[in-house]
Design a protein around this ligand. Structure first.
Ligand code: FE2
Length: 341
């Protein structure tokens, strides 16, 4: 077995939060390293890498021999986690599978900004882990900003405590209108058939009922669906609280010919969100953003409970691949059980 030398390294604009660096960066030191050696290294370091991703929020692996979706699939497989197939998700973005575990990142047009979110935190099922790899870096722009949600929550508790209290006690409900066929011009254009993994309205209604959604069929065949109450704040196993939701993306970015962002999200009791609180969350997440400027071959390992991600607009061709692992249930528990849902 060939050995591989990889070292912790520093990159521009890295952040420091308490004892942790964000993102944690590991660089492969062997210019001639082959894929087999790299995957053996990932397999042997899996537990350590995932522990680092949880502690720091994200681990960037740079200069590893990853040149294709198949290579990325091998590296992700070597981590030894259960795959979360995109077709089983309730996400509303259109994706294209490249291998069993690897699919394109959001296929929205280049000029569309995708705002900060935790992957699938707006649905009852979410992946604990999200991995990205860069196949082709954009000519201009196209960074993947990442933001530590535990740090964001600390700042929000200081600046808008009433808003965070309402979020914790009442949770969030998300509403979106899904087309009957995929709409490639929208960042949320996945059809209801694909989203729910069904062929007809009857099967769609059964799936929605099982998941606790409310719904309404539109005249044009679109489906308006409202999630059950989902959390806005979650507590991790290590005790850290995180701002775990899609509030910023929903309020700022869920806009297309069917959807109006102002109607996309409310509290669990139907009350509107405090717009000052939402604006403050969006502004603080931008202040805390680390813009990951892609180099071809980069891989980033993100603990989706800890760190949000987004996408900057870009010019040129940009191919960023994604892979999800470890499906978990997203359940709301109010901090004050006296209050009705
Ligand atoms: Fe995403």
């Amino acid at each position: 077995m060939n050995s591989l030398t990889a070292k912790k390294t520093a990159i521009a604009n890295q952040q420091f939060h308490n004892d942790s660096v964000f993102p944690h960066v590991i660089q492969c030191q062997d210019a001639n390293c082959d894929l087999e050696t790299a995957t053996e290294w990932i397999q042997s370091q899996s537990r350590e890498l995932l522990t680092l991703a949880t502690a720091h929020g994200a681990v960037l692996l740079r200069d590893f021999p990853v040149t294709s979706a198949e290579n990325f699939d091998s590296m992700v497989t070597a981590l030894g986690l259960p795959n979360f197939p995109y077709e089983q998700s309730l996400s509303n973005a259109v994706r294209v599978n490249r291998t069993e575990r690897v699919f394109s990142a959001n296929e929205a047009p280049p000029e569309v900004q995708i705002f900060f979110h935790h992957e699938m935190a707006q649905t009852p099922l979410f992946p604990r882990w999200i991995f990205f790899s860069c196949e082709v870096a954009a000519e201009q722009g196209g960074a993947t900003p990442i933001c530590r949600s535990d740090i964001l929550l600390e700042k929000l508790r200081d600046s808008c405590p009433d808003f965070i209290e309402a979020c914790e006690q009442k949770g969030l409900r998300y509403t979106n209108i899904m087309p009957s066929n995929n709409d490639a011009n929208s960042g949320m254009g996945r059809s209801w058939k694909s989203t729910l993994g069904v062929e007809d309205q009857e099967a769609a209604e059964k799936r929605l009922r099982d998941l606790g959604y409310r719904w309404e069929w539109m005249k044009d065949g679109c489906l308006k669906a409202m999630t059950p109450t989902l959390p806005a704040v979650a507590t991790l196993a290590d005790g850290r609280d995180v701002f775990f939701n899609q509030l910023i993306a929903a309020f700022r970015g869920w806009k297309d010919e069917r959807n109006d962002p102002s109607k996309s999200i409310c509290h669990g009791d139907g009350a509107p969100l405090d717009t000052h609180g939402v604006s403050t969350a969006a502004a603080l997440s931008e202040e805390l953003a680390f813009d990951l400027m892609w180099q071809a071959g980069d891989i980033v390992l993100i603990d989706n409970r800890v760190t949000m991600h987004a996408r900057r607009p870009f010019i040129g061709t940009r191919k960023v691949l994604a892979s999800l692992a470890s499906m978990e249930r997203n359940e709301f528990t109010p901090t004050n059980p006296q209050r009705p849902d």
